[in-house]
Design a protein around this ligand. Structure first.
Ligand SMILES: *[C@@H]1O[C@H](CO)[C@@H](O)[C@H](O)[C@H]1NC(C)=O
Ligand SMILES: *[C@@H]1O[C@H](CO)[C@@H](O)[C@H](O)[C@H]1NC(C)=O
Length: 385
């Protein structure tokens, strides 16, 4: 998750450097990039240049942003959000099934999901000092995820599941696991971000990131494990993405979404899980769908899956805002994406981006996290089988 409402003390305008209205001329772009500056897109059509160090100040505000330095192409105009309609970026680009149809095969797979596995995955992910995208421990965390994906794939080789790095311009690669289909597309994607940050001390500070976002990362591993062990051989491919550098401005997801768009890959849907473990004590436990920068028909489909397969109800969250998590990178490229969040935005985990984002936070719940793995299994099966 890019930010939290409680950490809004520093206002963006306190950071000084040239502001620019996009698109950025090629000369300016290349000169500033060569100087090591980062180009941040902080709202539709609004760009600012910042040093890497100043980017930490922007991270500490309550404003989401895309760091577009690695994906911006001043000569191509593919950078404008293709299908975004209106301020909220809500699309309705695809027809999804009107509701679930495969209860007989999906429920037995859901029954194999195990909290003990989520606990092992989160314990491993939080054991790194941090998973910062420019740190060696952040790179080691990527290697751990790839190794774990490969050992899960080996549990049932007949499925033909594979794992691979998607390399970045910084040390931390993203990871893609694939369950192949009978055809090459369209692809059904589940995403989470594997990096973590201590916003008081990004490079060296302790950042367990148990909720943000070891929780979503563990849900993806457990969803992948359950489907592989069940011998899931879908008609169309299912991919699991663990994005690097989300906290640095949605870096890993932007690189992959842009590369898929340019390669002409078809994407059926993208489901982002970023923070799935926390419910504020005293409030009602729900799956809270973000209403902005998502595809509304995908939300409606996912709501029907919650009704059928989960033990808790859904709700619509208040808006999360611009560039709030990796689903926004897919929305920006015109692919249908959604994000079911741990709780209505604004009542989410107060400890994120600190040393205190651990599994012992009051309100952290393994059973709550498990609900999102159930949703992952149902989503993959209903869309791709
Ligand atoms: C990490 O996962 C392995 C299984 O892959 C487990 O044996 C080990 O105990 C875990 N490490 C931690 C720190 O939990
Ligand atoms: C990513 O980088 C690693 C290490 O530098 C390299 O071994 C691997 O081949 C690269 N993967 C891709 C897909 O380029």
């Amino acid at each position: 998750m890019r930010f939290t409402l409680r950490l809004s003390a520093i206002v963006l305008s306190a950071v000084v450097l040239v502001n620019a209205a996009g698109p950025i001329p090629k000369k300016e772009f290349e000169k500033n990039k060569a100087l090591g500056l980062r180009l941040l897109n902080i709202e539709l059509g609004k760009y600012v240049w910042r040093t890497e160090f100043e980017k930490f100040d922007v991270m500490r505000t309550n404003k989401g942003f895309f760091d577009v330095t690695d994906v911006y192409d001043p000569e191509e105009d593919d950078f404008k959000p293709a299908l975004v309609k209106g301020e909220m970026g809500v699309t309705a680009v695809s027809a999804f099934p009107s509701g679930p149809t495969r209860q007989n095969v999906i429920q037995p797979v859901i029954n194999t999901l195990a909290i003990a596995n989520l606990q092992t995955y989160v314990a491993n992910l939080t054991s790194f000092n941090n998973r910062y995208y420019r740190s060696q421990t952040g790179a080691q965390a990527s290697q751990w995820i790839l190794d774990t994906v490969n050992s899960i794939a080996a549990l049932n080789p007949s499925v033909g599941a594979t794992g691979a790095f998607f390399n970045n311009t910084f040390v931390q690669p993203s990871i893609i696991a694939t369950i192949p289909g009978k055809t090459n597309g369209p692809i059904t994607i589940l995403g989470a971000h594997m990096d973590s940050v201590n916003q008081a001390n990004p490079t060296n500070g302790r950042a367990p990131g148990a909720d943000d976002d070891a929780s979503g990362s563990a849900d993806l591993l457990e969803t992948f494990r359950a489907l592989v062990v069940a011998g899931f051989k879908p008609s169309t491919p299912v991919e699991f993405h663990w994005y690097a550098g989300e906290e640095g401005g949605l870096l890993g997801s932007q690189a992959i979404a842009q590369s898929y768009k340019r390669a002409g890959k078809q994407v059926k849907a993208m489901l982002q899980l970023d923070m799935t473990a926390y419910t504020k004590p005293g409030t009602k436990e729900v799956v809270a769908f973000l209403p902005d920068y998502i595809d509304s028909t995908l939300n409606t489909f996912l709501e029907s899956l919650v009704d059928e397969y989960l033990s808790i109800p859904w709700a619509i969250s208040p808006a999360c805002g611009y560039a709030c998590s990796d689903h926004a990178s897919w929305n920006r490229q015109g692919f249908p994406s959604s994000m079911p969040f741990e709780t209505p935005f604004g009542t989410d985990n107060p400890q994120i981006h600190t040393t205190g984002d651990t599994t012992t936070v009051n309100g952290f719940s393994w059973t709550h996290m498990l609900e999102y793995a159930k949703l992952g299994v149902a989503y993959a099966y209903e869309l791709a089988a």
